[in-house]
Design a protein around this ligand. Structure first.
Ligand SMILES: [Zn+2]
Ligand SMILES: [Zn+2]
Length: 378
């Protein structure tokens, strides 16, 4: 498959014809630090979900995926993100079928949806290096297979890195790499969510007009796609979501460029690093540059509140995950009320339709959803 010239599509965002000659750039590693070791509590849940909202956290699968469901439930989550294999190793781990069935049962029992799986950090489908690229395609195929096995709604993927090379060529390599990895697989209801990045090391997906994410969603029309926005990454790449005007401007630009229907998950992380630093360092909610009031606005924004909010905050000491979740739940306003009221007193409202279980999505439908006028594809 390498060395074969292939015309992919025209992209109105860049207004030029992408032509792929080879598929191959360099490894990029996400710097986000995610929790790996969290004990499972045998006691009753330490917190309860906020009715009508989907709030969760990246959860350890130590001891098996079913343990992740227990951990999430005990922390009052009704959505969660996991790794389905070690995020920093090429060699994949396998998931026991009985364990997968138990995980599904527990998700059902605890109403944990959507399930998001974050892909391995070593994967760089945009790489110009043929070895990295080959490994990335194989690893991404494994991510897809495990996501289907676990009946995940979403597989979250970074668009990879162009290194110092041409970004447009890297974008095309990313798209074609995804297509190669998914070839022949039945993805069921799985949707791949492209995550915005902080932009360090030539990472794709960090421009302020969301042109690169938009280009991916337009061009990769054989695969069901959507978006995940990471609040820390937005801030680190120079979009000031800590301020009301900055947040409104970002939401408006995203809505115009990509469409809010395509946005399914918000990675809810404060930023340890400065505005525009391009350095991907997550911080506890309210203790970073975005701050408590910034998150109050993000969590209660009328155009965002039906999304799944999933934290990837650090665990510096035991209990930090629950503390961050409680901070977020405490900031969420009840329907039509002031933010910050006690979550347990809120009236139950229907769950967001965006995360309804058993949603089947066809590939064709994906393209139509994402591309508003039909005339923009080659
Ligand atoms: Zn990520
Ligand atoms: Zn993230």
């Amino acid at each position: 498959m390498h060395g074969r010239a292939r015309r992919v599509a025209t992209c109105s965002c860049y207004n030029f014809l992408f032509t792929l000659k080879t598929i191959p750039a360099q490894g990029e590693e996400c710097l986000a630090r995610l929790p790996q070791r969290v004990p499972v509590s045998a006691t009753k849940p330490a917190a309860r979900p906020v009715p009508g909202r989907r709030i969760g956290i990246h959860t350890s699968v130590a001891g098996g995926v079913s343990k992740a469901a227990e951990r999430a439930y005990h922390r009052g989550c009704n959505t969660l993100q996991i790794f389905s294999t070690s995020p920093r190793q090429w060699k994949p781990s396998s998931i026991d079928a009985a364990e997968a069935r138990l995980f599904l049962k527990l998700r059902e029992k605890y109403d944990l949806r959507p399930l998001a799986i974050h892909d391995n950090y070593l994967i760089n489908l945009a790489s110009a290096d043929p070895v990295i690229r080959e490994k990335s395609i194989e690893a991404f195929r494994g991510e897809l297979e495990r996501a289907v096995l676990l009946e995940a709604e979403y597989l979250i993927a970074h668009p990879g890195s162009a290194g110092g090379g041409d970004r447009r060529e890297a974008l095309v390599r990313f798209i074609v790499g995804m297509e190669h990895a998914a070839r022949g697989l039945s993805l069921g209801r799985l949707r791949i969510l492209i995550e915005n990045t902080a932009g360090g090391g030539g990472a794709l997906g960090c421009d302020h007009q969301f042109e690169e994410v938009r280009a991916i969603l337009r061009l990769a029309d054989r695969i069901p796609l959507g978006c995940c926005l990471d609040t820390a990454h937005l801030y680190q790449c120079g979009m000031d979501v800590s301020q009301a005007a900055g947040l409104d401007a970002v939401v408006e630009r995203f809505e115009r460029a990509v469409g809010l229907d395509c946005l399914h998950v918000i990675h809810t992380n404060d930023s340890k690093t400065a505005l525009g630093s391009r350095a991907d360092r997550h911080q506890h909610i309210g203790e970073g540059r975005i701050g408590i009031e910034g998150f109050r606005r993000i969590l209660n924004h009328a155009k965002l509140r039906d999304k799944a909010f999933i934290l990837e905050t650090p665990i510096d000491k035991e209990g930090d995950d629950l503390r961050n979740l409680n901070t977020v739940r405490g900031l969420v306003a009840p329907e039509g009320g002031r933010s910050g009221a006690a979550a347990t007193e809120r009236r139950a409202v229907p769950s967001p339709a965006a995360h309804a279980p058993r949603r089947t999505v066809s590939r064709n439908r994906n393209g139509r959803e994402i591309v508003q006028p039909a005339g923009n594809r080659a």
